[in-house]
Design a protein. Structure first.
Length: 112
């Protein structure tokens, strides 16, 4: 039974990026190991970004792969400032795993 569950989990993990890509969605996974606390994390985000000229709207769902848990959703609207290369304004928020709204954050990103 244990081998069946492990096999099913690996099959699901391998097929999720393929199905997300086929649906035109973005897929990102991050694995980290904290040497000081000896804690491993493996997280995945599946989402979609829609570009409307200088405005981009992103929505994604977050998953904790090691804990096999849904972590919530994130939403972000960002706008490139016309005439200012590398300057973006954004507003972001989300819902946690109990569907409560997270803080709304407005910010500015300057990259060069």
């Amino acid at each position: 039974m244990k081998n069946t569950l492990i096999g099913a989990a690996l099959l699901t993990a391998v097929s999720l990026p393929a199905s997300a890509g086929m649906l035109g969605m973005d897929w990102e996974t991050t694995g980290e190991y904290n040497i000081d606390t000896e804690v491993s994390t493996l997280k995945a985000e599946v989402g979609k970004t829609i570009s409307l000229g200088v405005l981009s709207i992103t929505a994604d769902a977050d998953f904790d792969i090691i804990g096999t848990a849904f972590s919530g959703t994130d939403y972000k609207a960002e706008m490139s400032v016309p005439g200012a290369s590398g300057l973006e304004l954004y507003v972001k928020s989300g819902l946690d795993k109990t569907w409560k709204r997270e803080n709304v954050i407005a910010g500015v990103t300057f990259s060069w």
